[in-house]
Structure formats: structure tokens, C-alpha cells
Design a protein around this ligand. Structure first.
Ligand code: BV8
Ligand code: ZN
Length: 259
């Protein structure tokens, strides 16, 4: 068994004894890597030759909306042609067997929704929705909005510019997202921190809330991160392999409860 296999088996046996809905997860871009969606800060990441604030910020959009839309439309095309992977499905199974309280995802690719998970909040929004900068109308998209834009700038019927329905740097997360995420972090017995570099706040503070409450933090990544220093376990390996293995062991030990 791989070096993380025996550790996962011990953790699965422990968590299989938890009451219902005792586990919360925090997901980052590493969870979608196996679906062919570049992460942000990796060597092939979206930010590879740009500053995040230049593209994913109100200032960046106001100063060059065409450049920002070009970047988002490229990402939207990538996401629309991708599929959820085994890690997304593992979290959906954790929900179906009654073990998951809440998935807090930083990802804006909509893949968790497509995996069938029900208990999920997209705290950074979704690039599969647009928001009008004028009338604020929110629309779900099924194709790249740049295709229908005459001058490369997608517009609303009201005439104003559309923007992606995501939380940009310098923008506040929705109060409801923050309330639900902190609540789940405070009450969970364990948090699975999956595929995140742990540099973006306030998301990076949720695992610390779990640690401060004396509960279990289990990190799943291919390398150590700033979160590792207060993780009880760092499972180093590709999450599309490690997370399904944990859930497989939990189901062998009877899962938390068969709903
Ligand atoms: C706010 C949407 C206040 C857009 C994104 C406190 C301290 C320091 C800074 C701040 C702070 N508080 C606020 C800030 C400023 C800022 C911030 O955090 N800056 C950081 C970068 C220094 N935060 C904000 O601005 C937030 N807003 O706090 O507002 C406020 C209050 C009132 C009024 C006004 C304002 C808003 C943050 C949200 C920004 N939006 N996305 C878009 O996507 O286009 S963030 C962006 O980064 C993505 O959402 C992404 O998900 C997120 C986090 O990145 P990761 O998911 O972790 O991805 P990354 O590439 O970094 O890492 C991938 C990981 O996966 C790696 O560790 C890699 O090893 C691993 N991996 C890769 N492959 C695999 C794998 N692991 C396992 N298996 C694999 N196969
Ligand atoms: Zn409008």
C-alpha cells in the first residue's frame, strides 16, 4: 500500500465512528487539476505571467475589460469542456452517505454542482454565471459570452457591461458565505482541506478555526502549504487518488451512517 494508504485507513476507521454530518471540506483549484483545469499558482497556472490583481479585480476590469473578458472566456471554454473527476465524486459520496456537513469551495468552475453534491457553497462565485454591472441581473451561461459579444465586451439587454459572477480580490465575500463557512468550521469534528495553496483569505483562515477548536485538520495536497503547520495530517499525493481511497475505506468501515 502507498505510504499514505495506511494513514488513510486509520483516519477512515476513526471518522467512520463520527455522528452524521460531522465532516466539512475546504476545496481549492488542485481538486480540479485532474479535470484539466489549470490551478492558479502552479507553473502552468492561470496567473503564470500575470498578477492576480491585474485580472481578477475591479480595478483590472475597469482599466481593461476586454483583456479581462478574454482571460475569463478562455477559462469558461476550458471549464465547459471539462468533467468532474474522482475527487469531486468522492466528496459527493461523502455527502450521500451522510458524513459531509458542508463543502466550502473556492473553485469557480462549477464542477462540484455537476458531481451531484448538494451541500456546497461557492464562496468565490462561479465563472458559469454573469452579473450585469448595471441592473445586477445574474444569468447562468452554457457557452462563452465572448462568442455573442460584438466588440469582445459581453453586454446585458440593458446595455451595460456584463462581468463574471465571481468575488474579485478586494471584493467582500457574500455575508451568507462567510456565516455558513465559519459556522461549519466551528462545529465540524474534522475538516478535509483539499488542493489549496492556503494563501487566499478569508478561506485560508477556516482550517485554523477548526484547529483552534481542537478538531481534526487533514490536508490533501501534492506538497506542503502554509496550512500544513496546523494540520494534524498532511496526505501528500494527488487528491484524485487519495480522497477516493479515504472514502472507500470509510465505506468499508460502515461510513458514518447509512441514510
Ligand atoms: C476580502 C475568484 C475584504 C476570481 C478568487 C488577509 C491576509 C492576507 C491577504 C488578505 C487578507 N484578507 C484579505 C486579503 C486580500 C485578498 C487575499 O487573500 N490576497 C492574498 C492572495 C494575499 N483577499 C481578498 O481580496 C478577498 N476579499 O478579503 O475582502 C473586504 C471586506 C469588506 C469590503 C471589501 C473587501 C477575496 C478573495 C477571493 C479572490 N477571488 N477567485 C477568479 O477565480 O477569477 S481567488 C482564487 O484563488 C481562486 O478562487 C482560487 O480558488 C483561490 C485560491 O487558490 P487555490 O484554490 O488555493 O489555487 P492555487 O493554484 O493557489 O493552489 C492550488 C493547490 O493545489 C496547490 O497547493 C497545489 O499544490 C495543489 N494541487 C495541484 N494539483 C493537485 C494539488 N493537490 C492535490 N492533488 C492535485 N492533483
Ligand atoms: Zn443589465
Amino acid at each position: 500500500m502507498s505510504n499514505w494508504g495506511s494513514e488513510l485507513r486509520v483516519l477512515a476507521k476513526q471518522m467512520a465512528r463520527y455522528p452524521q454530518r460531522a465532516i466539512t471540506a475546504l476545496a481549492g483549484a488542485g481538486l480540479s487539476a485532474a479535470s484539466g483545469i489549470p490551478t492558479f499558482r502552479g507553473k502552468e497556472g492561470w496567473w503564470k505571467n500575470r498578477e492576480p490583481a491585474e485580472l481578477a479585480s475591479p480595478q483590472g476590469f475597469n482599466s481593461d475589460p476586454r483583456l479581462v473578458w478574454e482571460w475569463y472566456c478562455h477559462r469558461i471554454e476550458t471549464v465547459l469542456s471539462s468533467q468532474p473527476n474522482a475527487a469531486h465524486e468522492a466528496l459527493a459520496t461523502l455527502d450521500q452517505i451522510g458524513a459531509l456537513d458542508l463543502l466550502i469551495t473556492q473553485n469557480v468552475d462549477g464542477l462540484h454542482r455537476r458531481s451531484g453534491i448538494s451541500r456546497c457553497i461557492e464562496i468565490h462565485g462561479s465563472i458559469l454565471r454573469t452579473k450585469c454591472t448595471g441592473c445586477k441581473q445574474i444569468r447562468t451561461i452554457t457557452s462563452s459570452p465572448c462568442r455573442s459579444a460584438r466588440d469582445g465586451l459581453p453586454r446585458c439587454e440593458c446595455g451595460e457591461l456584463l462581468r463574471p459572477d465571481v468575488v474579485w480580490f478586494g471584493e467582500a465575500l457574500a455575508p451568507d458565505s462567510i456565516y455558513k463557512a465559519y459556522g461549519a468550521s466551528q462545529r465540524c469534528m474534522a475538516m478535509l482541506v483539499v488542493g489549496t495553496s492556503g494563501v487566499v483569505h478569508p478561506a485560508a483562515s477556516f482550517p485554523e478555526v477548526v484547529h483552534q477548536s481542537g478538531n481534526l485538520v487533514i490536508e490533501f495536497n501534492i506538497e506542503k502549504t502554509p496550512i500544513s503547520r496546523y494540520a494534524d495530517h498532511s496526505i501528500i499525493g494527488p487528491v484524485e487518488k487519495t480522497l477516493p481511497k479515504l472514502i472507500e475505506f470509510m465505506e468499508q468501515f460502515g461510513g458514518t451512517t447509512q441514510l
